[in-house]
Structure formats: structure tokens, C-alpha cells
Write a protein that binds this ligand. Structure first.
Ligand code: SF4
Length: 115
């Protein structure tokens, strides 16, 4: 089976062709650098994403937040649900940890703005 992906590691956006058999990556072509090959392997075997969203604040507003590392793609909605149940106390500074080790992923949800 051939899977076609666009590498999102850098703005060049190389078009990748991944040859798969039984969930195993046999080959990757189209990548202009080794990072693209690793991206293709990760994307086909264990896709992850950095989650960027907002969380409610105690004054009724919102603060932008993100995970400080990529989390498994299949946990994105569960992580969003946990963030949506959270109310952030003010003041908050860039880098403050809002949720530690969300869903046991090892990733913290951190603030990305001062408020
Ligand atoms: S393969 Fe390398 S050069 Fe191409 S988009 Fe990915 S990171 Fe950028």
C-alpha cells in the first residue's frame, strides 16, 4: 500500500510517498532531509500532534494554551475535554503549567500568553 503525506516538519512541505505493508514502513521517498523520513514513519505508526487551544479563565475570559510536546493524535479529543473542564486562575504568565502530565502523556498544558 502506498500512502501519500505532506511533511509538516518545516515550511518546504515535501510530498512524501510511504510504502507500507502490514503497518510496517518499507520505504519513504520524496523527503528532502532525514527529518521527513522520521516524520513519515511516526505518522504512519504512531501519529502525534501538539495541541493548541484556549482554556477558560476565572474572570470569564480565555487564555491561549498548548501542550509542551506532541501527544498521541488519538488522545486529542480527550485532552480537549479535560482542558474544557479547567478554569485557569489569574494572573497567568507565558509558560505557566495549567495541567500537568495531561492524561499521562508526559505533556504539560502551558499558557502561551500573559493575562
Ligand atoms: S522532508 Fe525535510 S525539507 Fe522536506 S518538509 Fe520535511 S523537514 Fe522540510
Amino acid at each position: 500500500m502506498i500512502k501519500e503525506l505532506t511533511c509538516i516538519v518545516c515550511p518546504k512541505g515535501c510530498a512524501l510517498r510511504v510504502e507500507l505493508e502490514n503497518q510496517q514502513v518499507l520505504s519513504v521517498t520524496g523527503n528532502a532531509c532525514p527529518r521527513g523520513k522520521q516524520y513519515a514513519i511516526d505518522e504512519c505508526t504512531h501519529p502525534t500532534r501538539t495541541l493548541t487551544t484556549t482554556a477558560r479563565t476565572a474572570d470569564g475570559g480565555v487564555v491561549s494554551v498548548k501542550t509542551d510536546r506532541a501527544i498521541p493524535k488519538e488522545l486529542m479529543f480527550d485532552c480537549m475535554a479535560q482542558i474544557n473542564r479547567t478554569v485557569v486562575s489569574l494572573p497567568v504568565r507565558v509558560g505557566d503549567v495549567i495541567l500537568e502530565n495531561i492524561l499521562g502523556t508526559g505533556a504539560n498544558v502551558i499558557a502561551t500568553m500573559n493575562l
